[in-house]
Design a protein around this ligand. Structure first.
Ligand SMILES: Nc1nc2c(c(=O)[nH]1)N[C@H]1C(S)=C(S)[C@@H](COP(=O)(O)O)O[C@H]1N2
Ligand SMILES: [Mo]
Length: 220
């Protein structure tokens, strides 16, 4: 499959400029030095930065086509019902990490708190890095294994992995799991995110389905 063959080098060539330098820093020869003790993940940052956000100042802003626009603190998220799961994490470029433990809040729970309006179609996700963005349809976002995560690998999510809070979209490729999540905008159309603008499928199902809905998403 074409996308599976697009390695870091090819992506760098496609992008150019500052993005290429940022990608080169993490995906090029130097990035092995960024790997923490053996968790087998590759640490991605398209901006080249790993923003440090204290739990005490962390905020998740949910706005757009909602009844109650709300800004949540880290403690607000911790006080919500927790969802946990264990699953294989897969980057579309081929690397994978089996049996990763995750914990966080079901995105569906947050959507229920803010009250999604009837004319809403999709969500746009923004990162504290100011560079990455992602999208999900409302139906995709409501799947039970799509979470706003604050634990990963049986520990609080590290800065490098997108802590204190990242998205985890279990039924889709890793690029959907946006790190350093800062904002969710509820919108009336799917706005393809950074990786989709650079060639990855907007519907990033792990099983290769191409539609916006998937009859057998998530974990089996
Ligand atoms: N903000 C941000 N989130 C991101 C990325 C990124 O570059 N920036 N890369 C994505 C991709 S392609 C993958 S495979 C995973 C990798 O997660 P990790 O860096 O924790 O290994 O993060 C995703 N989320
Ligand atoms: Mo990825």
């Amino acid at each position: 499959m074409f996308l599976g063959l697009v390695g870091a080098g090819a992506l760098g060539v496609m992008l150019g400029g500052a993005l290429q330098r940022g990608l080169g820093r993490v995906l090029g020869s130097g990035f092995a030095s960024l790997l923490p003790g053996g968790d087998r993940f590759r640490l991605y940052s398209i901006s080249g930065d790993f923003p440090v956000i204290a739990r005490s100042t962390y905020r998740l802003t949910v706005s757009g086509l909602v009844e109650r626009p709300t800004t949540f603190s880290f403690d607000d998220l911790m006080a919500m019902p927790a969802t946990s799961m264990v699953a294989t994490f897969q980057c579309v470029t081929g690397w994978r990490v089996p049996d990763v433990a995750w914990e966080g809040v079901a995105l569906a729970h947050i959507l229920d708190l803010v009250g999604v309006r009837g004319d809403a179609v999709a969500l746009s996700f923004e990162s504290y890095d100011g560079a990455d963005s992602e999208s999900l349809t409302i139906d995709q976002a409501r799947l039970p294994d799509v979470i706003v995560a604050y634990r990963m690998l049986d520990a609080p999510i590290t800065v490098e992995h997108g802590g204190p809070v990242r998205l985890y979209v279990a039924p889709m490729y890793g690029y959907k799991s946006l790190k350093w999540l800062s904002a969710i905008r509820v919108v009336d159309a799917v706005h393809p995110g950074f990786w989709e603008m650079n060639g990855y499928p907007v519907n990033g199902w792990l099983d290769g389905s191409t539609g916006s809905t998937n009859p057998s998403p998530g974990l089996t």
